[in-house]
Design a binder for this molecule. Structure first.
Ligand code: AMP
Length: 180
C-alpha cells in the first residue's frame, strides 16, 4: 500500500506514520528525517542541505526528488510505504506522478485536527517555542501550503480524513480502520 500522510505541525503525523508503517510492515519514508540523517552523518548531501534546513527553507526539488526516488526504489519499499513530508508542493506532486506512473498512491491520510484543540494540546506540552501565536501561525502556513495538495488528491478520490487528536494507539487504530 502506497500512502501519504498529511497533517499540521504538532499533530503527531510523524509518530503515527512510524507506528502505522510498523503495523503494516512497510517503511516510513520521511524526507525531513532522511535529510537530518544526512546532516548528522555529514555526507555530501548533508553538507549540501545543512544551511538550507537551518534557514527553514525547502531543499531544491531536484535534490529532494532524487533522494526520494532512490529510497522508494529499494527492495523494502516494493510492497508499499508511507510518505511523510513529501510531496509538499504541486511541483512535487507532479514529480511523484512521474515516478509512480499510473500505479500512484493508494490513499492520502489527512490529519483532521481542530485548530483550538491543537493549540490547547501543544500549550499543555509546555515547550518554549510553542506560544498560542506561533502555533496559530504555523497552522495557518500549513493550511495555505497544503490546501492545493488536498484539492489535487481530493479530485482523485484519495483523501481519507482521520481525527488526529487522542492517545497515540487510539489514533493508529483509527487510521488502520479507515485503510481497510
Ligand atoms: P520536516 O521534518 O518534514 O519538517 O523537514 C525538515 C526540513 O527538511 C524542511 O524544513 C526542509 O528544509 C527539508 N525538507 C523535508 N521535506 C522536504 C520536501 N518535500 N521538499 C523540500 N524540502 C524538504
Amino acid at each position: 500500500m502506497r500512502l501519504l500522510f498529511i497533517g499540521p505541525p504538532g499533530a503527531g503525523k510523524g509518530t503515527q506514520a512510524g507506528k502505522v508503517a510498523a503495523r503494516l510492515g512497510i517503511p516510513h519514508v520521511s524526507t525531513g528525517e532522511m535529510f537530518r540523517d544526512h546532516v548528522a552523518r555529514d555526507t555530501d548531501l548533508g553538507k549540501q542541505v545543512k544551511a538550507i534546513m537551518e534557514a527553514g527553507d525547502y531543499v531544491p526539488d531536484e535534490v529532494t526528488v532524487a533522494m526520494l526516488s532512490e529510497r522508494i526504489s529499494q527492495p523494502d519499499a516494493e510492497g508499499g510505504y508511507i510518505l511523510d513530508g513529501f510531496p509538499r508542493t504541486e511541483a512535487q506532486v507532479a514529480a511523484l506522478d512521474d515516478l509512480l506512473g499510473d500505479q500512484g498512491l493508494d490513499r492520502v491520510v489527512v490529519f483532521d485536527v481542530d485548530e483550538d484543540e491543537l493549540v490547547d494540546r501543544l500549550l499543555a506540552r509546555g515547550r518554549a517555542d510553542d506560544t498560542e501565536e506561533t502555533i496559530r501561525a504555523r497552522f495557518g502556513i500549513y493550511q495555505e501550503q497544503t490546501q492545493p495538495l488536498l484539492d489535487i488528491y481530493g479530485e482523485r478520490g484519495l483523501n481519507v480524513f482521520v481525527n488526529g487528536l487522542g492517545e497515540v494507539e487510539e489514533v493508529s487504530d483509527r487510521i488502520l480502520l479507515v485503510l481497510t
